[in-house]
Design a protein around this ligand. Structure first.
Ligand code: AMP
Length: 113
């Protein structure tokens, strides 16, 4: 838990969120500023600032995030979707607590990389 981290605040329940799913490792929330009809964020409860900081020991957690994304997408009835992780400022990351975007509901094209 990092004191000045908004997603740690959400995990701790100190900051309100629209929670979709929770287990012992992750929570899933609706994005506050959705960029698609369905836009959720899968985030680990444990604070890791960025994918650039993960280590081998984090591999099962990262895999679990994908499994949870698949489950949530299936439950939402999505036939197709995108999973996206922005890495560092130069990669478009704004919140420095690892999170995976689940985007669906229409065709979304990555226009800029
Ligand atoms: P990123 O650019 O990958 O760091 O994305 C951060 C995402 O977090 C953005 O899509 C924001 O809309 C979203 N976000 C920021 N604060 C909150 C919040 N309090 N609750 C839900 N989503 C948030």
């Amino acid at each position: 838990m990092k004191n000045d981290c908004v997603f740690c605040g959400i995990v701790a329940g100190a900051i309100a969120s629209s929670k979709v799913y929770e287990d012992d490792q992750v929570i899933v929330i609706n994005d506050i500023n959705p960029k698609a009809k369905v836009h959720m964020l899968i985030l680990p409860k444990h604070h890791i600032s960025s994918v650039s900081e993960i280590e081998e020991i984090d591999a099962p957690l990262m895999g679990h995030m994908i499994m949870v994304a698949k489950k949530i997408a299936d439950e939402a009835g999505l036939k197709g979707y995108k999973l996206l992780i922005n890495v560092n400022k130069e990669g478009g990351q704004v919140v420095f607590h690892v999170h995976m975007h689940l985007l669906g509901g229409r065709h979304i094209h990555i226009a800029e990389c």
